[in-house]
Design a protein around this ligand. Structure first.
Ligand code: MEV
Length: 410
């Protein structure tokens, strides 16, 4: 793949043509991006009257574990896709992102109440681990066939009257909520029999601590704008580390990228959000990213967080755009997708910190806004950039002014 493709310089039709070629899409697949998916939507949720569409753009320049990626992002906010592509371009200089994902283990929780003795109940469950696991694995023969299924059990004492049993389920390439929830329901009676207590809730937890993804990148100091910019970014990071108000927004910026990819691939963004923030709060709310400076003065960024995504199941295959977006990504497993998601989050965070620590984020927004205004005013795409520069310089971003400059240039 040509890493230097400049989608932002193309018209919408040219972009579609380029992505169609690069990702080997069929005529039918590229047409999905025209929308009109009401019939499919009607099968996905209740009381459907239509669909609600978001802009779908492609982030470029991403090099992750030595492989180039085009990353589809569904997001309504201006500048996010450009910012991610820009940070990825800087990361490429020093080899791009290095990502890793844990094995896809999710936790199913079973709440046990009314116990005579919590300690004894705990021991009885552990003693019968093997039977519980075997029973859970009768639920999903396909998952077991592909090497997944319930693999272990944990027991946690919440207080004298409440115990929680965790089923550790390897979900392979699925997000796994259905498989896990079915298993927790299946073992209810067995757990009651073993403990003499009553089982109440049986549900997956989104705090997927055993299914984290990680990524790091070194950002060249000169490409960032010099060592003083690196130092400013480190100070911005310290702010997030030491203040929860700032930290909330720091993590929100990370999720700008991650959610956009999660939505584009038909995954459950509420689950990812819940996992991200509960994980960030485990030892007092903290940033999901970390930054330091290497011996040459370059910035080293890293990220670690739960990333329970699937490439099969749910909407990933039913929704034609989600399916095609996975094709554009060219991912082979849920783990690979998880590594891309966190690398994107890391890139997004770097872009935000760099902008905030230098010129502020409004200039980027203004450029995009001015570009939209110029194009809406009928300015041909080839000269839009020139007109945008003039409008920003003169602090006059209106359609009339765009037309006026265009007339003069002509
Ligand atoms: C805006 O959507 C995201 C930022 O506020 C993130 C941040 O402040 O780090 C720019």
């Amino acid at each position: 793949m040509d890493s230097k493709i400049q989608l932002y310089k193309m018209s919408l039709d040219e972009r579609r043509k380029t992505i169609k070629e690069l990702a080997n899409l069929t005529d039918e697949e590229i047409l999905y991006y025209n929308g009109n998916l009401t019939n499919i939507a009607d099968k996905m949720a209740e009381n459907v009257i239509g669909t609600y569409e978001l802009p779908l753009g492609i982030a470029t320049n991403f090099l992750i574990n030595g492989k180039d990626y085009l990353i589809p992002m569904a997001i309504e906010e201006a500048s996010v896709i450009a910012a991610a592509s820009n940070a990825a371009k800087i990361a490429r200089i020093k080899g791009g992102f290095t990502a890793y994902a844990d094995e896809p283990f999710m936790l199913g929780q079973i709440q046990v109440l009314n116990l005579d003795d919590v300690e004894v109940a705990q021991i009885e469950i552990l003693r019968h681990k093997k039977e519980i696991i075997e029973l859970a694995n009768t639920c999903d023969a396909t998952l077991v066939k592909f090497g997944g299924g319930c693999k272990d059990i944990e027991v946690r004492k919440i207080d004298e009257g409440m115990l929680v049993v965790h089923l550790l389920v390897d979900c392979r390439d699925a997000m796994g909520a259905n498989a896990v929830n079915t298993m927790t329901e299946k073992v209810k009676e067995k757990i009651e029999e073993l403990t003499g207590g009553n089982v109440l809730l049986r549900i997956i937890t989104n705090l997927a601590i055993y299914r984290k993804a990680y990524s790091y990148a070194t950002y060249d100091k000169d490409a960032l704008g010099g060592e003083e910019v690196v130092d400013k970014i480190l100070k911005a990071y310290e702010f997030a580390e030491s203040d929860i108000f700032r930290c909330a927004t720091h993590n929100k910026g990370i999720m700008n990228g991650i959610d956009a990819l999660i939505i584009a691939t038909g995954n459950d963004f509420r689950a990812i959000e819940a996992g991200a923030h509960s994980y960030a709060a485990m030892q007092g709310y903290a940033p999901l990213t970390h930054y330091s400076k290497d011996k040459d003065g370059n910035l080293v960024g890293s990220i670690a967080m739960p990333m329970a995504v699937g490439t099969i199941g749910g909407a990933t295959k039913i929704h034609p755009q989600a399916r095609t977006n996975l094709k554009i990504l060219n991912v082979k497993s849920a783990g690979e997708l998880a590594g891309i998601a966190v690398s994107l989050g890391l890139a997004q965070n770097l872009a935000a910190l760099r902008a905030l620590a230098t010129e502020g984020i409004q200039r980027g927004h203004m450029e995009l806004h001015a570009r939209n205004v110029a194009i809406s005013a009928g300015v041909p795409i080839e000269i839009a950039d020139k007109i945008v520069k003039i409008m920003i310089k003169d602090k006059k971003i209106t359609m009339d002014y765009a037309k006026e400059i265009f007339e003069k240039i002509k």
